[in-house]
Design a protein around this ligand. Structure first.
Ligand code: ACG
Ligand code: CA
Length: 533
């Protein structure tokens, strides 16, 4: 059971301050007795990443919008955990929704208004309400490192610089240096003067100056505004760019920022995007959970295993990564995903759907909180291709029921290469990818240990088979995968690491085949995962 650590202790100290009496132990147990939701425990959810403009269109302009998400909510979560008719996700991440000149909206001109293409602030409120009725968390993509170059702050900043008006409030809003002081970061000249503004993405994305207390106040206010509205947390964009090249200072910023936000609302769900090596990612884990990029993409240990090239490194990786995260932050958890809007879609890396399903088993039946990129559950494809455009990674959802959603501008991915089986088709086909994902998520939800337990890797008798001994609240569970084609029979008592443990029953199987347990003899068919108690 993981209860110690920062977040809980913040709440506890709050309660302690209020009562000035109870001991920590007593406070914790009284929380539990009242059935209060433990905020750390409640964050082990399966999220769905929605690239809003490509998901569902409600008004016929071909662009996905918030009402489109509202209309499609039953698909995501129909509020009935046992219905089996929905995907059953318990959280959604919306790609940026604020006013912006681009289709992806990672460059905002107004942090306080939904882009008209996506709807209105009222639509957002309605969506938040709907989420909460269904116990679904909703987190927003918050891009605070940079704004659009058309943001009023930037226009005023530029003008103040050009006029040499250092008393202007906006003069120091953006990261800016004299021509001679430029370093290895990217800088863009301000017309007519010898000042350059920082822009590590493109000149259209000027970077804010976090040495300026007013800017820090702005970004706190933005987050608080959405927390007040009922937003449950954020996916923070580009966290390493706050002080680009200086991880220590960037991490200090996130410590401070998360401190401000969790003081305001203790139970927020936040995840940071630091697309870097593990050693750098870990430096942010004191402040917040971060995406595990190493588990994504076609060469990850999970993908290697699903392709039939050996499951061993995957097993060891999962155990090691979980330990690593928890050693940095006892309340931390891995955040797993297969591909996002910046990567070629993972389904394109697999020829056989069975392998893609196996990959889904491997990552969704692992510890932490998980993000499914919209359409991944259908096997949607999309890659940058020769035109080198990210739009190809953000293709229209394949509903198959007349949704007017279209591909984003700039798309070059050929229609013939897209999957043919739509949501409508897949709902009816018991063996579809969609039904596989739906079952997987329900299995994950049913057994709390899968997301929350401590994982110990258990190698199998050959390179296709292996799993984990998972410990949670003093009980043990077994998760075993067979990523090969052939059925296999194992004597569990002979596996290294399982000494002294025996299992009594099969709790669930997910995959192409079935599994049986008789005494210590476990038989798993090919492309199948079994969960044992
Ligand atoms: C975020 C958003 C993205 C958005 C922006 C800008 C940032 O998700 O949609 O783009 O607001 C870098 C940044 C990320 C950024 C991606 C797109 N993502 O760090 O924050 O670019 C290397 C670099 C990474 C880099 C990555 C991809 O280190 O920094 O990500 O390459 O370019 C191993 C290594 C790892 C290495 C990888 C891949 O894993 O450990 O370090 O990563 O291999 O080589 C928006 C739009 C875009 C538009 C842009 C201007 O969405 O379409 O182009 O704005
Ligand atoms: Ca629309």
């Amino acid at each position: 059971m993981k209860i110690s650590g920062k977040k809980i202790s913040r709440i506890i100290s709050l309660i302690l301050l209020l009562t000035m009496t109870a001991s920590i132990g007593a406070t914790l147990s009284s929380c539990k007795n009242k059935g209060t939701v433990d905020p750390v425990d409640d964050n082990y959810r399966t999220f769905y990443q929605i690239f809003v403009g490509s998901f569902s269109d409600s008004n016929g302009d071909g662009i996905g919008d918030l009402r489109g998400i509202i209309n499609r909510f039953d698909y995501l979560n129909d509020g009935d955990i046992d219905s089996g008719n929905d995907l059953g996700v318990q959280g959604i991440w919306l790609s940026p929704i604020f006013a912006s000149p681009t289709y992806h909206k990672y460059d905002t001109t107004d942090y306080y208004n939904v882009d008209p293409e996506f709807g209105t602030n009222e639509d957002l409120k309605e969506l938040i309400e709907l989420c909460h009725e269904r116990n679904v968390k909703i987190i927003l993509d918050l891009v605070i490192n940079h704004t659009s170059r058309f943001h009023p702050w930037f226009l005023k900043f530029k003008e103040a610089r050009q006029n040499g008006d250092s008393s202007n409030k906006y003069y120091n809003y953006y990261s800016c240096v004299n021509g001679a002081d430029r370093d290895g970061r990217s800088w863009q000249k301000i017309l007519g003067i010898d000042y350059y503004y920082e822009c590590n993405f493109t000149g259209d994305m000027p970077e804010l100056n976090f040495d300026n207390p007013k800017v820090k106040e702005e970004v706190v206010n933005i987050a608080k505004h959405y927390l007040d509205l009922g937003i449950d947390g954020f996916r923070f964009d580009a966290i390493k760019y706050i002080y680009y090249g200086d991880t220590k200072r960037s991490a200090e910023f996130w410590d401070w920022y998360m401190g401000e936000l969790t003081t305001y609302k203790p139970d927020i769900y936040c995840v940071g995007e630091c697309w870097s090596a593990e050693s750098e990612i870990m430096q942010y884990y004191g402040a917040l959970n971060c995406f595990n990029f190493a588990m994504s993409g076609p060469e990850s240990p999970a993908a290697v295993a699903a392709k039939g090239n050996g499951i061993g490194s995957f097993l060891n990786y999962v155990e090691r990564y979980q330990n690593k995260v928890e050693s940095v932050n006892p309340n931390g958890m891995p955040i797993q995903f297969l591909s996002n809007h910046d990567q070629d879609r993972i389904a394109g890396a697999f020829v056989y759907p069975e392998q893609m399903k196996m990959l889904a088993n491997l990552y969704l039946l692992s510890p932490g909180s998980h993000f499914i990129y919209y359409g991944e559950e259908l096997g949607i494809k999309g890659s940058r291709g020769g035109a080198n455009t990210d739009a190809n990674r953000r293709l229209a959802m394949v509903w198959g029921d007349g949704d007017t959603i279209e591909n984003p501008e700039g798309t070059t991915y050929p229609d013939y290469a897209q999957i043919k089986a739509t949501v409508v088709d897949q709902l009816e086909d018991e063996s579809s990818m969609l039904n596989h994902y739906s079952k997987l998520i329900s299995v994950r939800n049913k057994h709390k240990a899968i997301a929350r337990g401590d994982y110990k890797a258990i190698g199998g008798p050959n390179k296709y088979v292996g799993g984990f001994l998972v410990e949670y609240e003093g009980e043990f569970m077994g998760i075993f995968h067979n990523v090969g084609l052939e059925s296999i029979t194992i004597n569990l008592s002979e596996l290294n690491g399982l000494e002294g443990h025996s299992f009594a029953e099969v709790l669930d199987t997910v995959g192409e085949g079935s599994a049986t347990l008789e005494g210590d003899t476990l038989t798993i068919e090919g492309f199948t995962t079994v969960i044992l108690k």
